[in-house]
Write a protein that binds this ligand. Structure first.
Ligand code: PEP
Length: 251
């Protein structure tokens, strides 16, 4: 199975900070012998420069969002063909912050995923329950509904080109992490959903306060194949250490 470590910078850095962070990551990766796929998702204004900086390396540049339409009167939005035209290879979709603050539903996310696949970009689809849903024992049901709603319509060919990130919302940016058991149980649940559709090749990443001091216990779990990293991706040393830990845990 492919292993992926993706850094979601969210609305952080500026032009110089982004350039320095990319440089730091590239320097760190140069000293690593790794087959782990590394993805960097800077804010929109720094995407093009990041693509240039990583040219000739195996690093893939991802956007953090996209619009479902190819062009048109959608002030402030960015389309998939625009991203493709500057060399962006992937896009995070369905992040809980987009669901929570921008009202994104699984139906909208499904259309964004269609647009990405149409143009050959990799959707990194995020799913995960909020705290009250876990406390009510509804977490598996919630994630199944998200998978059905955003990915259920895809043909097997198309589904095989998606990357899934399980991100328990209560763990994002909070310092709380799912226990290895909680994470493995949900990843096995997602894996079973994929298996019902005869898909074995889709990596399922873990996200939610993943850091060098807790990653080894997560990346080594049977159904976890890397991580989607927020806070710790803003420090080149921590991010490269996470790539190293994912390399050690590769399975
Ligand atoms: C994220 O936002 O995708 C994320 C995992 O954030 P953090 O690592 O900061 O919890």
């Amino acid at each position: 199975m492919r292993t992926i470590v993706a850094g979601n910078w969210k609305m952080n850095t500026d032009r110089q900070g982004a350039a320095d962070l990319v440089n730091g990551v590239l320097k760190g990766l140069a000293g690593l012998d790794t087959a782990v796929e590394v993805v960097l998702a800077p804010p929109f204004p720094f995407l093009a420069a990041t693509v240039e900086q990583v040219r000739g390396t195996r690093v893939v540049v991802a956007a953090q969002n996209c619009h479902e339409a190819a062009h048109g009167a959608y002030t402030g939005e960015v389309s998939v063909p625009m991203l493709k035209s500057i060399g962006v290879g992937a896009c995070i979709v369905g992040h809980s912050e987009r669901r929570q603050y921008f009202g994104e539903t699984d139906a909208v996310i499904a259309r964004k995923i269609d647009a990405l696949l149409e143009h050959g970009l990799t959707p990194i689809f995020c799913c995960g329950e909020v705290k009250a849903e876990r406390e009510a024992g509804r977490h598996e049901h919630v994630v199944t509904t998200q998978l059905d709603g955003a990915l259920g319509h895809l043909s097997a060919d198309r589904l095989a080109r998606v990357v899934i990130a399980y991100e328990p919302v209560w763990a994002i940016g909070t310092g709380l992490t799912a226990t290895p058991q909680q994470a493995q149980d949900m990843h096995a649940h997602i894996r079973a959903w994929l298996q019902q559709r005869d898909i074995a090749s889709v990596p399922v990443l873990y996200g939610g306060s993943c850091k060098p001091d807790n990653a080894a216990g997560l990346f080594g779990l049977p159904d976890i194949h890397g991580g989607l990293i927020g806070g710790a991706a803003l420090d080149a040393g921590s991010f490269v250490e996470l790539v190293r830990l994912a390399t050690e845990a590769e399975h």
